[in-house]
Ligand binder design. Structure first.
Ligand code: AMP
Ligand code: ZN
Length: 115
């Protein structure tokens, strides 16, 4: 997708701090980190979100990179949280499938019970 920010990062057309890359995925630092470790993992191919008929193989590549990134970022033993925001209620702001890997400190508890 020519107009997609994360497609441009995947193509190295705009800069990012790359943590890990292979033929299928790229992981880079979130520009607005919410915790000491905040890395995004995306497939190089464009999918709008996790519900966008993403082939299982692609999901396997994306989630397979989680453990690699956790090790590279030094949070494999302390733990971390993996999030993929989807759509308006999920507060997705970049509409290219991405997984947040968050860690390096105890996760703040922000959600309360639903009404
Ligand atoms: P989401 O709200 O789940 O769509 O997350 C999008 C994430 O992308 C946010 O955490 C942003 O801080 C991050 N982000 C936006 N632009 C960039 C960029 N150019 N490089 C790295 N991260 C970005
Ligand atoms: Zn894209």
């Amino acid at each position: 997708m020519s107009d997609c920010l994360f497609c441009k990062i995947a193509a190295h057309e705009i800069p990012a701090t790359v943590v890990y890359e292979d033929d299928d995925v790229i992981a880079f630092e979130d520009v607005n980190p919410q915790l000491p470790v905040h890395t995004l993992i995306i497939p190089k191919a464009h999918y709008d979100h996790i519900g966008d008929d993403v082939p299982a193989e692609v999901l396997g590549k994306v989630f397979g990179a989680v453990g690699i990134v956790a090790k590279l970022k030094g949070v494999e033993d302390t733990g971390y949280r993996v999030i993929t925001n989807t759509g308006e209620d999920g507060r997705q702001t970049v509409h290219h499938l991405h997984v947040h890997v968050l860690g390096g400190a105890l996760m703040p508890i922000r959600m309360g019970p639903a009404d």
